[in-house]
Ligand binder design. Structure first.
Ligand code: NAD
Length: 255
């Protein structure tokens, strides 16, 4: 406990799901954590008490992203830990994939990380320490049908992770990716609902079918488990893990 006391963090897309799990894990170790993401005002008021404020910057807007990092540096004193987690999904065969959805998925799931890293890295270099954690996916390593934009974005994010890992290799700044398999969050619940209605399945049967197709453990990974890995990546023990893509996927990519 308290291993991250004195550190400040920005976690994008942290009003829900995996991002909130990571934010809670970092805060439990004493980090000041600034949230980001969409949702309702009452929820933000409740969450703001637990964390060092909420920034509503839209991850599709490069100017807003630079503003968010500058505000966090000014108001928290630094951005020592940057977690790029915001993400969206759209499922359709490639020849029917709406062009606007292609750009939206690439923008939130890939380009936003380029913009946050570009804005936050100079401060980390100045202070001589930093941790950049990109939440990619098993879909950064392998593909599935219907997910052209998401798979392209997540493969791209792992590429970006490697480049930043190399460009910071001689410093105390590291950049790594976490690749979760299925985690039961609103993003995945939408896919379970779509499967239930397409195959005429109960909610339980659809959840089971979704897991069975990809995740050999038959169990969801949890936001708490992803949060614990993020805390580990911030520790001195992880100082030589650089440019890596670490899976938490119940065996999905071992097949
Ligand atoms: P989620 O829908 O619960 O959370 C997504 C978060 O991103 C929310 O806080 C939302 O407000 C925010 N967000 C979306 N668009 C945004 C924008 N334009 N600007 C700012 N914030 C925005 O989803 P989740 O499952 O927790 O996903 C989090 C990350 O984990 C994503 O990058 C996703 O691709 C990845 N991931 C999820 C799973 C899974 O099974 N749930 C698996 C692998 C990877």
């Amino acid at each position: 406990m308290g291993a991250l006391k004195g550190k400040s963090a920005v976690v994008t897309g942290s009003t829900s799901g995996i991002g909130l799990g990571i934010a809670r894990a970092l805060a439990a170790e004493g980090a000041k954590v600034r949230l980001n993401g969409f949702g309702d005002a009452a929820e933000f008021a409740r969450l703001s008490k637990e964390f060092a404020g909420h920034d509503g910057a839209d991850m599709t807007d490069p100017g807003a992203i630079a503003g968010m990092i500058a505000r966090a540096e000014r108001e928290l004193g630094s951005v020592d830990i940057l977690v790029n987690n915001a993400g969206i999904q759209h499922v359709a065969p490639v020849e029917e994939f709406p062009v606007d959805k292609w750009y939206a998925v690439l923008s939130v799931n890939l380009s936003s990380s380029f913009h946050t890293i570009k804005a936050a890295l100079p401060g980390m270099r100045e202070r001589g320490w930093g941790r950049i954690i990109n939440v990619a996916s098993t879909h950064g390593l392998v593909a599935s049908t219907g997910k052209a934009a998401y798979v392209a974005a997540k493969h791209g994010l792992i590429g970006l992770t490697k480049v930043v890992g190399l460009e910071t290799a001689g410093t105390q700044i590291t950049c790594n990716a976490i690749c979760p398999g299925w985690v039961l969050t609103p993003l995945v619940q939408k896919q379970i609902d779509a499967l239930a209605s397409k195959e005429n399945l109960s909610a339980d049967a659809a959840r089971e079918a979704l897991l069975k197709e990809k995740q050999p453990s038959g169990e969801f990974a949890t936001p708490e488990q992803i949060g614990a890995l993020a805390v580990f990546l911030c520790s001195p023990a992880a100082a030589q893990i650089r440019g890596a893509a670490l899976t938490v996927d119940g065996g999905w990519t071992a097949q």
